[in-house]
Design a binder for this molecule. Sequence first.
Ligand code: RP5
Length: 153
Amino acid sequence: MPKIAVVVGSKSDLPVIERCTDILDEFEISYDVKVLSAHRTPFKTQEFAVEAEKYYDLIIAAAGKAAHLPGVIASYTLLPVIGLPIKSSTLDGLDSLLSIVQMPKGIPVATVAIDGAENAALLACHILSLKYPYLREKLANYRGKMAEEVLNN
Ligand code: RP5
């Protein structure tokens, strides 16, 4: 079964992450949520990222302000990393977005919108559906329901 690591830069990011883990629950994807900081716990972050491939299929990394966490994690692993910029500063998350999306060539991070927690989870499902076909069916149902909701309102 698929397993994801959801890493956040601070406990203060956790309320946004709930919207991501709700979707992972809905798609029956198991995950661990970890608080690790690229700046405050650099050695622990490195240790996690170097070992991540043994335990996980993919990593979602969320951070705010100078949000280097997703990029640093991506530099230590060949797993796909989805970066989720958190709106946690006076700059309304634009700082986080640019810190995550503007990776130098060679170390990509798939970046979603500021506070785009649902899409981080859904993008993870799309990527993992290549390896776990049951996710493809769930994604099709999810889209069907979404379209119905739009049309019925
Ligand atoms: C980042 O700084 C975290 O990801 C968080 O979004 C932001 C603020 O962290 P705290 O000062 O609330 O711990 O590292």
